[in-house]
Design a protein around this ligand. Sequence first.
Ligand code: AMP
Length: 113
Amino acid sequence: MSKTLFEKIIDREIPADIIFEDELSIVIKDISPQAPTHLLIIPKKVIPKLSDSTAEDQSILGHLMLVAGQIADQLGLDETFRLVVNNGAKAGQSVFHLHLHLLSGRPLNWPPG
Ligand code: AMP
């Protein structure tokens, strides 16, 4: 199996702006930001998409949410941010290695497009 784009970033094979890393996850700046703050919170375990996750992934999924909250706090985002998971190509997913988008710094309309 070839590595996903995000595995290559985790393995330092391609560059990225890494702002946090721990044993389970990595957080990078999105290369094509859709808001003044646009981060990707990525598990080191390759789960292609959220709907592929199982009960075995419960702690990883919870961890990603906690990391998102901690990073938002550290960056001083005033408790104002949005987390997005695109699940499947028709929902806008382009990298098939699960990730949370963290968006902040501009008005975030509802419903999203
Ligand atoms: P999605 O479309 O939900 O799968 O999100 C994938 C995201 O990865 C997009 O927002 C891209 O802009 C972002 N992306 C693609 N390549 C890179 C890269 N080399 N470094 C950082 N972000 C990337």
